[in-house]
Design a protein around this ligand. Sequence first.
Ligand code: UDP
Length: 237
Amino acid sequence: MKEPVYKRILLKLSGEALAGKQGTGINTAVIKQIAVDVAEAYKAGVQMGIVIGGGNIYRGVAASAEGMDRASADYMGMLATCINALALQDALEKEGVPTRVQTAIEMAEIAEPYIRRKAIRHLEKERIVIFGAGTGNPFFTTDTAASLRAMEIGAQVIMKATKVDGIYDKDPNKHSDAVKFEKISYIDVLNRGLQVMDSTAISMCMDNKLPIITFDLTQPGNILKAVQGENIGTLVH
Ligand code: UDP
């Protein structure tokens, strides 16, 4: 098997990735396929932290647009990410991958609290660490949590798994002449308002020179290809 080019990565999965076509909740077949793909990359010898979103269950911004207090709604969103974290842990362990869940909001009965040094120790012991509850703060997103955790654990890259095979100059679902970028700079992403990650997350990566690779998660085997350095998506650098 081809050697991975990265030793330690941070994988960002959106909550919606777990929902499949139904759009909400957790689809058992879909989460199993994700676990198979993650396990394949893990077995190639990559240390992996995973930040999981919660949009398949609850989104703070959407609830606050309907009148709910934003901070309360965001705390509910963070709890949603913890539900996904536990589902992903279960699916990964069924594939024979040892995991730990660490949450940014303490819930000691079901997961460890986030402790940076402990997370790194788990990675060194070949356990995947799933980070739940985002940053632990309202008004942030799990994309920003991904940037933060990536830097904290010393990841070489953020792998942002999406439903499209990279970043285009316009929506490829609406425009047949949309052009895909092989590489793009952080500042271009920000100036063009491209929907890769939110601007807080992109700025953090830019300030700390942390590359982001976006790729299509719906193609089985893509996580392994990405860690092996295959050019399957778009590099933001
Ligand atoms: N959230 C938050 N702080 C964080 C991360 C997440 O308040 O640091 C809340 C926010 O309400 C968000 C929800 O959790 O809408 C789910 O996360 P996100 O929308 O980022 O999930 P994804 O879009 O990746 O599924």
